[in-house]
Ligand binder design. Sequence first.
Ligand SMILES: [Zn+2]
Length: 219
Amino acid sequence: MEWSAKMSEKEGVIKFKYDLHYSDSAVRPADVSEIDAGRSTLFDMGGIGVDRTGIGYGNISRLISRKNGKSTFLITGSQTGGFARLTEKHYTIIDEYDISKFYVRARGMVAPSSESLTHAMLYDLSDEVRWIAHIHDEVIWEYMVRNNLPSTDESAYGTSELAMCVKNIYNGMDPFSSNAFAMLGHRPGIVSFGRDMGEAINPILMYLRDAIIESFDDF
Ligand SMILES: [Zn+2]
């Protein structure tokens, strides 16, 4: 019985709920050109892709608008990790979200990424956050952990605990002074964010470069 209790606990963590309002006009080609340029950089370095078991990983989003502290944002759809370049068919708009219920309401032609709520937490963190990238990269992840760069707890993934962790990391500091964190409970997940796309992607590229330099020091 203990086993089944553990199973349902685990399922509870990953159970992501969404409603999709199907619309072929919600996302326009012009909406995706800039975000897909950023995504292609991350795809080309392997931060977004498909793992050996065929599961897509990595996603990117951008803010569309903010009203009463709640954000509307554009994000890559579920299982789009394998495509080198995306179009408006592969992006969806998150109109509403509830982090405690692990729920989002989306509009577009594709189901939202199951990690949409991780993005929502970051939009909630600061009014200035406009771009968010989530990648998987073992080299950068290990580099960040080794160098005590910001990270979320091992126990926190896909729950409101993660939101608490993110708040704690940036409590009392300018979030843009260290705008990326490693997810210890979601190895090798990394989240970075910025006021523009360059700022959101920059830590990923910088840490990758620094990790390579550090690896040469070992010789
Ligand atoms: Zn992930």
